[in-house]
Design a protein around this ligand. Structure first.
Ligand code: NAD
Length: 280
């Protein structure tokens, strides 16, 4: 039996990658989904693909008016809101402080923070009345860059660390009515774009990330696909299975963060769990 059947979930950035996998999973589980999406092309494709189960709103998470419109249209179409998933994000292609000009830092900061952090806070503000009425929950997409360096440059890493503080603060402020949690995935193939202010809007993460080598360094020894991250969102959205979780951030990283110092001896199992390897 589904854990989220008949829930109404509003998601930002559902046009590709993780967001699209979440739309598919939520609808498979019997939920109705609203999506706020910046790309007109992706918005049209979503409406075409999911028909009556989806309400697509074309707009920008960095605008409060667009977030409000997304809530209003979703509630008008489906009658209520049970969960908000803040997910839309952009990357910085690991731009370093050394290489970035002061002007790039200035404008790139505003754009990265505007989408990745302000977009989450404005979304949370816009959904407050509907989630208060339903005693629902919020879930935000974090990243390995919410805990560690090296998954982005200083702008992306700071924006994803900022979202951790936001989750803790909102979980505290909005208790006991609304639960607020996060999911922190590791790298995955998606259409994640860079910032326009850094002239990176046409470059996506797969131009920069070697997917084969990503799988090879993860203890679970595979390259996760967007759908591999959807389970924790279903659990966190579920009322029956999540009475006690708020301010929780699930690290979904195929073991990336338990690795620590590279092991060269016993204790590291091969994928078939029968022999140890000294080269992973
Ligand atoms: P993606 O680009 O495939 O999906 C992001 C979606 O958000 C796209 O449809 C895009 O059009 C939309 N979007 C971008 N800016 C927007 C805005 N201002 N308003 C509304 N919609 C907007 O990328 P993804 O990798 O699926 O990213 C989803 C989330 O996952 C992001 O928060 C990202 O930081 C996070 N994440 C990604 C990775 C990775 O390796 N891809 C790793 C960890 C975390």
């Amino acid at each position: 039996m589904s854990w989220i059947k008949d829930q109404v979930i509003l998601l930002t950035g559902g046009g590709s990658g993780l967001g699209l996998a979440l739309v598919e999973r939520f609808i498979d589980e019997g939920a109705k989904v609203g999506v706020l999406e910046l790309s007109a092309e992706k918005a049209t494709a979503l409406a075409h693909c999911f028909g009556k189960d989806i309400c697509v709103i074309h707009g920008d998470v960095a605008s409060f008016e667009d977030n409000e419109r997304a809530v209003a249209e979703t509630v008008r179409r489906f009658g209520k809101l049970d969960c908000f998933v803040g997910n839309a994000g952009i990357w910085d292609h690991k731009i370093s402080l050394l290489d970035a000009s002061p002007e790039q830092i200035d404008k790139g900061f505003d754009e990265l923070m505007g989408v990745n952090l302000k977009g989450y806070i404005l979304g949370a503000k816009a959904v407050l009345p509907a989630l208060t009425a339903s005693e629902g929950s919020m879930i935000f997409t974090l990243s390995n860059s919410s805990w560690f360096s090296g998954g982005g440059g200083v702008l992306y890493t700071a924006s994803k660390h900022g979202a951790v503080g936001m989750i803790r603060q909102l979980a505290y402020e909005l208790a006991p009515v609304i639960r607020v949690n996060g999911v922190a995935p590791c790298g995955m193939p998606s259409d994640l774009r860079g910032a326009a202010s850094l002239s990176q809007q046409d470059r996506c993460i797969t131009d920069n990330l070697s997917l084969e080598s990503l799988g090879a360094v993860l203890p679970l020894q595979f390259t996760p696909q967007p759908k591999d991250f959807t389970g924790p969102y279903v659990m966190l959205a579920s009322r029956a299975n999540n009475r006690t979780l708020t301010g929780v951030m699930i690290t979904a990283d195929a073991g990336l963060s338990i690795r620590g110092i590279r092991q060269t001896t016993a204790g590291v199992m091969s994928p078939n769990k029968k022999e140890s390897s000294n080269d992973r």
